[in-house]
Write a protein of this length. Structure first.
Length: 538
């Protein structure tokens, strides 16, 4: 049943309680998915123009206050650790070539007056109609996408969009950011969590125009005093903004993934009555990603949003159907297990650091315990596809080489099937990880990632494939930025995520951002932003 209770902000919170509203009556995994939880934003308003707002960081830029973000590892979801990789590409394909666009410095140590305070940088970005927005943990910047020039007044602290908002979203600058561009509505979505004070919150800002420096409709959604909403990842869908979290009770104990849908229609209108609808999964599942729409061709009418994680030689797919008018109709069903080629998750499933670097015994984290952002969805003339990647080890557990395993899943609405999959070649002994993948309007695929070895400093590279290439193969890679140094000391954290997005104007140009180091050191990371496209995509 539905119960209405007053909240501390004077709003009404609708809590669907009891067992009368299961995720789906026919779902064999009902015991692993809680009932739908519905709540209004704890607070909402519309901001002044972002160009005029400047928040503040809760950490001063002194060496003694630099902080390493804790790695909250997910339980081993069943990945094997002693198998022959079943999708390894023996050698890269021929270099068909991409056309390079811009390649410029993102926010990082010494660039644009920025000083590193946290590690890893959680490098993320998105491309819009005329701008590129990049966010690195506690600061973000807006760039002219034609010239690469930073917009005056940036970078700004990550809590700048919530200046004047009040509460924790304004005063906390906790990071784990995501930047999205709603390609259908031509709006920006900026979001980060607030977890250094209670309750645990997700701060969400939706621009009122296509200008990232303009005004924003702002919302704060609460998850109470227990559920620490770690590692948020957002996908844009026609009926909602979907988000996933790895919930850690009291920031300590893994409690399963949580998936939520924000009311996109109301948020685009700045309506204070916008709600979120959430499902809490059991500890059997973690690291889910929501599908994120690329292109302007919508999914079939009434299509659910898709969520994916990985299991033992499998991908698991869920369907989230939301009804904001009648939450009793909202369902989260699954998982459907999709068999994939055998793999071994890198770094023993993400429970340690295993990526080597030159000149140091210090190794880097792979985050191989989860799929990597984004789960990119595209509808090409009625052919639906999802592309995603994660990090695997090829070879033995002790001496293997980390690489990127990627997938293209088709027909997710009916019988989801792996159309193609591959593991990037490891013949050169270089480790590749921290990937992000996307598809252009012609079906060409690009994946960016970090690359490192005992002789190659951590660098930013990418590869890709034409839609006409042999299935499961990628072309010879290109370098966006060669690394100038290794990460030293006791700092193992790297990336946490990167971002490959597709330009909404031509639907051909890929934009990628990730981290590297200019010199050996600790807390001295830099980032790069680069664009490219395949010949013939116009």
């Amino acid at each position: 049943m539905t119960k209405l209770v007053p909240t501390s902000s004077g709003l009404l919170m609708a809590l669907l309680i009891g067992s009368s509203l299961p995720a789906t009556a026919a779902n064999p995994h009902d015991d692993e998915v809680g009932p739908v939880e519905v709540s209004y934003a704890a607070h909402s308003d519309v901001s002044w123009p972002l160009r005029d707002l400047t928040g503040f960081s809760s950490v001063a830029s002194t060496d003694k206050e630099k902080k390493e973000k804790p790695l909250r590892v997910l339980p081993n979801m069943g990945n094997a650790l002693a198998q022959i990789d079943g999708a390894l590409q023996a050698a890269p394909g021929p270099l068909a070539g991409t056309t390079s666009g811009l390649n410029f410095a993102g926010v990082g140590q010494g660039d644009y007056g920025f000083s590193d305070r946290y590690a890893p940088p959680d490098t993320v970005g998105a491309v819009g109609a005329t701008q590129y927005v990049q966010w690195v943990n506690d600061q973000f910047a807006v760039f002219n996408k034609t010239t690469g020039a930073i917009v005056p007044g940036f970078p700004k602290p990550g809590n700048s969009p919530w200046v004047g908002f009040g509460g924790a979203c304004e005063t906390n600058n906790d990071g784990d950011p995501i930047v999205q561009y709603d390609k259908v509505a031509n709006r920006w979505i900026l979001t980060q969590f607030s977890v250094s004070t209670l309750p645990y919150m997700q701060c969400v800002a939706v621009s009122t125009t296509s200008d990232a420096t303009g005004t924003y409709a702002r919302y704060a959604f609460s998850y109470g005093n227990t559920q620490f909403n770690d590692y948020p990842k957002m996908g844009v869908w026609p009926d909602g903004y979907y988000i996933s979290f790895n919930i850690f009770d009291n920031a300590q104990t893994f409690a399963g993934s949580k998936v939520c849908a924000f009311d996109r229609v109301k948020m685009l209108a700045g309506n204070p009555a916008a709600t979120q609808q959430c499902f809490q999964l059991s500890t059997a599942y973690g690291g889910l990603l929501p599908a994120d729409l690329d292109g302007t061709t919508a999914p079939p009418a009434g299509s659910p949003n898709f969520f994916l994680n990985y299991g033992a030689n499998s991908l698991n797919l869920w369907k989230f159907r939301v009804d904001f008018a009648n939450p009793a109709n909202t369902t989260f069903t699954g998982p459907t297990s999709i068999p994939v080629a055998a793999f071994n998750a890198a770094c023993s499933g993400g429970a340690g650091a295993c990526i080597p670097q030159p000149g140091t015994s210090n190794k880097l984290d792979s985050l191989a315990d989860r799929l990597m952002y984004r789960l990119a969805y595209r509808n090409r003339a009625g052919s639906e596809s999802l592309v995603v990647n994660h990090s695997v080890t090829v070879g033995s557990k002790r001496t293997g080489v980390t690489s990127v395993r990627w997938y293209e899943v088709r027909t997710p609405n009916t019988t989801p099937t792996v159309y193609q999959q591959g593991t990037l070649s490891t013949a050169d002994g270089i480790h590749r990880w921290m990937g992000s993948i996307a598809t252009d309007k012609q079906g060409n695929i690009a994946v960016g990632y970090s690359a490192s070895s005992g002789t190659v400093t951590p660098s930013i590279r990418y590869t890709g494939r034409l839609a006409t290439d042999a299935l499961g193969t990628m072309q010879t890679e290109s370098t966006i930025q060669a690394g100038g140094g290794s990460q030293t000391g006791s700092l193992h954290r790297w990336g946490d995520y990167s971002a490959m997005t597709v330009d909404p104007v031509d639907d051909c140009t890929f934009w990628y951002t990730s981290e590297y180091l200019k010199a050996n050191g600790s807390f001295n990371w830099n980032t790069r932003i680069a664009s490219f496209k395949f010949p013939g995509c116009l």
